[in-house]
Design a protein around this ligand. Structure first.
Ligand SMILES: Nc1ncnc2c1ncn2[C@@H]1O[C@H](COP(=O)(O)OP(=O)(O)OP(=O)(O)O)[C@@H](O)[C@H]1O
Ligand SMILES: [Mg+2]
Length: 287
């Protein structure tokens, strides 16, 4: 669906490139996850792909045609759920949707969508009276209102309670089930595990890994032992240390720790995407 080759982008005000040469493909019918630490350039990459930023170098093709060759018609078949939803706050949810529907040739049944995301009862409320999660759900409905083939979702479950997050995730899966393609950005690795066919990790403006969640787990999947121990500082403070399970009995640091410290808990851990995120990006997530 998309082919990105050596994409580089610099915001005019900045000295350095934000995107420093990335290449990836988004295949038709897949959910592709763009992951990485805050500020790495995920939303910027999405904005290039939705033609909001055009001063880039490298080549981006959509359906094998240069993205720059598309006009406004491009927006007829893509749906966008922005990171920071912008609605007309003085209008009601219904009025917002009616306004945006007029921009498109094809219109989804927004009553049905509002019902699905639990906003139907609130459809005649001014959006200024909506909570963060309600605005987020309305944003998701807006992304779908033109029956898109390609969906860009920037942290779609951010700020949603578990029940609403489940509804949105089920709808994303349904969208894919009906042949849709998705570019998804999220900091929630459980969502990635559940939704994404393939993921790319961005680090320092570049892509460090692209693979399926399963292969990433196999590749980085050393089993670990988590040890919680008491630091002898007199205030009962516990610390954690992690050791690879493999050849644990030969690991001098591990042996030293269990010989000299008071152990509180020992757990064996499977590698999950959270661990892989930290390993691959070298940064603790801040969300
Ligand atoms: N309009 C702008 N002008 C100048 N710099 C910008 C602009 N928008 C973003 N940036 C910078 O570009 C970098 C990447 O921002 P971007 O929003 O793409 O990050 P992100 O990966 O989506 O982060 P997050 O996970 O926090 O959403 C950051 O350093 C940010 O400060
Ligand atoms: Mg972002």
């Amino acid at each position: 669906m998309f082919k990105v080759q050596d994409l580089q982008f610099k915001y005019p005000k900045n000295k350095e490139n934000t995107i420093k040469g990335i290449s990836f493909e988004i295949k038709e019918g897949e959910i592709f996850g763009l992951l990485g630490p805050s500020g790495v350039g995920k939303s910027t990459t999405q904005k290039v792909l939705i033609k909001l930023l055009d001063q880039y170098s490298g080549e981006v093709t959509y359906k094998e045609q240069n993205l720059k060759s598309y006009g406004k018609d491009f927006y007829q078949e893509v749906g966008v759920g922005f990171e920071m939803p912008v609605h007309f706050s003085k209008l009601t949810a219904e009025e917002n949707l009616t306004f945006f529907k007029k921009l498109y040739k094809s219109n989804a049944d927004t009553d049905e969508l509002l019902m699905r995301v639990g906003l139907y009862e609130d459809r005649n409320k001014q959006v200024s009276e909506f909570s963060k999660g309600m605005k987020g759900r309305l944003n998701f409905v807006r992304a779908l209102l033109n029956n898109p083939k390609m969906l860009f979702l920037d942290e779609p479950t951010n700020g949603l309670d578990p029940k609403n997050a489940r509804i949105i995730k089920d709808m994303i899966k349904e969208f894919k089930g009906n042949g849709g393609t998705v570019l998804l950005t999220t900091h929630l690795m459980n969502d990635v595990d559940e939704l994404c066919d393939r993921v790319a990790f961005m680090v320092d403006g570049k892509i460090s890994e692209i693979d399926t969640p399963k292969n990433l787990k196999l590749k980085h999947g050393q089993k670990q032992v988590e040890i919680e121990y008491l630091e002898n500082t007199g205030n009962n403070e516990t610390k954690k240390a992690f050791f690879d399970l493999e050849e644990l009995g030969m690991n001098e640091q591990f042996l030293e720790l269990i010989r000299t410290k008071e152990i509180v808990t020992i757990h064996s851990k499977e590698t999950n995407l959270d661990d892989i995120f930290i390993k691959v990006t070298g940064v603790e997530k801040n969300e």
